[in-house]
Design a protein around this ligand. Structure first.
Ligand SMILES: NC(=O)c1ccc[n+]([C@@H]2O[C@H](COP(=O)([O-])OP(=O)(O)OC[C@H]3O[C@@H](n4cnc5c(N)ncnc54)[C@H](O)[C@@H]3O)[C@@H](O)[C@H]2O)c1
Length: 267
């Protein structure tokens, strides 16, 4: 194996990446970093103006991006997005399964509709998007990288989110089973387990409680003393770990779950 420089290892020039739910929050942070590393980013979201804002920011920074309107919980949309990317760009190298929803609903009040709505995107949608992407990656014969954005809730449940805890635990296992199933095609699959990250989704939940997003996260996670770094995370904290997993730095990393939580699990 030739010895590449660090700059070459993180250079994604010529590669094409889809980031789902990249109009805001963690997905946006990931799209910006992968775009900065040289990949062409398909900024996919159900909120098209938000997707366009992220794509515009990537282009303004000198990168390449295309905004795409699609629903990551729809198997039809997943197939169409992946096939369109193959048609237009001739390849698909990276899929970041970031789109996800979360809501606080107590165990005793949860309805089958609440459960299905979340699982349809966070687990079922993620599986079928990965399947559609893998089929296209295999056709393009360049191998590939798939990164699932899971959650700390998958290994450290949040009281009041049993549907979310269970969907994200499924995501961790899918990273492993997909890594095994796709290894022969040189497609590496991993999951990132973010801790508490300030994003528009969290800001909306915090606003309902009338507190700021950091305080909201401290409150639902046992208080600021549980945070060894005395801060919540930001989307770029997750973007940097994602860049590692899709870069040449991680050529021998597959089937893993990487916790990015500022040490929260230690306390
Ligand atoms: N913020 C956190 O603290 C945190 C912690 C752990 C894991 N996560 C996970 O990170 C991911 C992103 O979370 P966030 O906090 O950035 O969310 P967010 O709500 O701030 O942003 C999510 C984005 O996804 C889009 N989206 C929603 N449903 C979609 C769909 N069906 N198809 C396509 N796009 C869709 C939204 O329009 C939005 O742009 C989620 O999977 C979430 O579970 C977040």
């Amino acid at each position: 194996m030739s010895r590449l420089t660090v700059a070459q290892l993180v250079d994604l020039s010529g590669q094409v990446a889809i980031v789902t739910g990249a109009g805001n929050g963690i997905g946006q942070g990931i799209a910006l970093r992968l775009g900065e590393a040289g990949a062409t980013i398909i900024v996919m979201d159900i909120d098209f103006p938000a997707a366009r804002r992220t794509a515009d920011a990537i282009v303004a920074a000198g990168g390449k991006a295309q905004a795409m309107l699609a629903d990551a919980s729809s198997t039809d949309d997943a197939r169409k997005v992946c096939e369109t990317v193959l048609e237009h760009y001739g390849r698909l190298d990276i899929l970041i399964n970031n789109a996800g929803i979360y809501s606080a609903i107590s165990l005793l009040e949860m309805t089958p509709e609440d459960w299905d709505k979340l699982h349809d995107l966070d687990l079922r949608g993620l599986f079928f998007f990965s399947q559609a992407a893998a089929r296209v990656m295999i056709k393009a014969s360049n191998g590939g990288r798939i990164v699932h954005i899971a959650s700390l809730a998958s290994i450290h449940p949040v009281n009041g989110m049993p549907h979310y805890d269970s969907a994200k635990a499924g995501v961790n296992v899918l990273a492993k089973s997909m890594a095994l199933a796709l290894a022969d095609h040189k497609i590496l699959v991993n999951a990132i387990i973010p801790g508490t990250i300030v994003t528009p989704g969290i800001e909306a939940l915090a606003a309902e409680k009338g507190v700021g997003p950091d305080q909201y996260l401290f409150d639902i996670c046992g208080g600021e003393q549980r945070f060894p770094l005395h801060r919540c995370g930001r989307p770029d904290d997750i973007a940097r770990a994602t860049l590692f997993l899709v870069s040449g730095l991680a050529d021998y990393v597959s089937g893993t779950t990487t916790v990015v939580d500022g040490g929260y699990l230690l306390t």
